[in-house]
Design a protein around this ligand. Structure first.
Ligand code: AHR
Length: 518
């Protein structure tokens, strides 16, 4: 739990045995400090990442203007509608590892003249380049999201970067701006975020932090941050607990940097060779997955500590621009396409991470889950003309009120439970004042069997009404299926009771609950 969190309530587990499974009700007290508002929670905490990988872009976003699947200029209408509904604030593109091999010129001009390349990182699949700069910008504009473009450092040079940026954002009469106009876009594109390399320690060039810091400085010299190009420059950040990377890069190149990224994936077993299944898992796998995902908190603390040393004024943002659960691919699918199903467990994983991010927003200004559609912990899966919205999607939907809210301290300590051999806190929670003036409290109940009675002392908050939603299901690996009514989708939460300055929440096991207090 966060440093600020202190023990205010005793956790009493009132054990009640039910037929077969061990089920308990945990009784926990919490205190809301509504009169002590904290840092703003940026909407960019709820960002997405969409790479040219498997069916992430092709089929997932792009079907082409001649497709029988309803589309707007080649972009799936159903996907755009769904993403608008969760208010996606930013989309990172074109990679990932793909970004450091991407040649932006391949993806502009008449589509029938664009070259076809091999996607070397992801299954060797053909990359037709039908989806390039204009199509991505159109996608982001249709969704209402800001574009975050990752440029190629590993196999390219500062000239390529400068020209791509100029092509996208120049308002002038120069040749690159004219070329953009000739390709159908008069006004400059809005490009508020530009990543300078991706995983430069690995697929982005196998660099040492010292070498990357020098490269970053060289690229940044030709970035030309000015009135036309106001983009946030995002340095390629560390692989999970490699704090030395963050230390060296922010120390040696921090002056030229506005943000640095951080990648951390939840691998249930911790073993990249045998990560664990996305469905059909047991309680031990649930426990391991949640234990691994909760390491995000320790990870943030460690990276923030070195950033605080090198950048005490907190000018440089920390962008967790790749995170999420990574399981073994579904049997029979291309291992390079990273296609996995998505269950209730993933909805709880997402919410548990949101509750962590909310505590570090003085430094954590953006996160991007990997990845939006058909890849890793996806919001949406597609199958021909059908789509399915995943439990992760619904967690994002429930947390929309936290976008651009102000954090409110919620003092609570969760009892530790043993889930199939993993010790995890039974739940985590966060609170904030939304833009609409309501106070929101969110809880991820990570206990697969135990329900939770949470009594919240509301203190300065004079509440008249409470309403909310709950995401749960009867099975840990319940998921939504194509062509069927979703079984894991938020429904009205009936477990909230207000009495005076106390709010009591009766929260089911393995669930996500968000309530609005007004
Ligand atoms: O999200 C899949 C891959 O994971 C990305 O391409 C890469 O940056 C990371 O290793």
């Amino acid at each position: 739990m966060a440093k600020a969190t202190k023990v205010l309530g005793a956790a009493i587990a009132a054990l009640a045995m039910t037929a077969g499974a061990r089920a308990a009700e945990l009784t926990v007290s919490a205190t809301l400090k509504a009169d002590q508002p904290g840092a703003p929670i940026s909407r960019y905490i709820y960002g997405q990442f969409s790479e040219h990988l498997g069916a992430g872009i092709y089929d997932g976003v792009w079907v082409g203007p001649d497709s029988k699947i309803p589309n707007v200029r080649g972009i799936r209408a159903d996907v755009v509608t769904a993403l608008k509904d969760i208010h996606v604030p930013v989309i990172r593109w074109p990679g990932g590892c793909f970004a450091d091999e991407y040649r932006w010129r391949d993806g502009i001009g008449p589509r029938d003249k664009r070259p076809s390349r091999k996607n070397n990182w992801w299954g060797g699949s053909p990359e037709t380049n039908a989806f390039g700069t204009h199509e991505f910008m159109d996608f982001a504009e249709q969704v209402g999201a800001d574009p975050y473009v990752s440029i190629n450092v590993g196999s390219s040079n500062p000239t390529e970067m400068r020209e791509w940026i100029e092509y996208m954002i120049s308002p002038g009469e120069d040749t690159l701006a004219q070329e953009r106009r000739a390709n159908g876009r008069d006004k400059p594109f809005n490009v508020p975020f530009i990543g300078i390399g991706n995983e430069s320690w690995g697929c982005g060039g196998e660099m040492t932090p010292e070498y990357y810091a020098n490269e970053y400085r060289r690229f940044s010299a030709f970035f030309h941050k000015n009135d036309d190009n106001k983009a946030v420059r995002v340095g390629s950040g560390a692989n999970s607990f490699d704090v030395n990377w963050t230390d060296v890069v922010t120390r040696n190149a921090g002056k030229q940097m506005d943000a640095i990224s951080l990648h951390y994936y939840t691998i249930p077993t911790g073993d990249w060779k045998k990560k664990g299944a996305a469905t059909g898992f047991d309680k031990a796998a649930w426990g391991k997955t949640l234990a691994q995902t909760l390491r995000m908190e320790d990870l943030l603390q460690k990276h923030i500590a070195v950033m605080d040393k090198n950048d005490p004024k907190k000018r440089i943002g920390l962008y967790v621009d790749e995170w999420g659960a990574w399981y073994d691919v579904e049997a029979g699918t291309n291992p390079g396409h990273l296609y996995q199903l998505n269950t209730l467990r993933d909805g709880v994983v997402a919410a548990a991470n949101f509750n962590i991010f909310h505590r570090y927003t003085e430094r954590v200004k953006m996160t991007n889950i990997a990845q939006t559609i058909n890849v890793l912990q996806a919001m949406i899966l597609t199958q021909g003309e059908k789509i399915v919205l995943t439990p992760t999607y619904y967690a994002y939907k429930m947390y929309v009120p936290f976008q651009d809210s102000t954090a409110i301290p919620l003092d609570v300590v969760a009892p530790q439970i043993d889930v199939g051999g993993s010790k995890i806190p039974a739940f985590n929670a966060s609170a904030a004042k939304g833009k609409d003036g309501k106070t929101y409290i969110a809880i991820a109940n990570m206990a697969p069997d135990d329900s939770l009675k949470l009594s919240v002392a509301l203190g300065a908050l004079k509440a008249k009404a409470v309403s909310g939603q709950v995401l749960t299901a009867d099975k840990m690996d319940a998921m939504n299926a194509f062509g069927a009514k979703p079984v894991v989708a938020p429904v009205a939460f009936k477990g909230a009771k207000l009495s005076g300055d106390k709010l009591t929440l009766d929260i089911p096991s393995k669930s996500v609950v968000v309530v609005a207090v007004e």
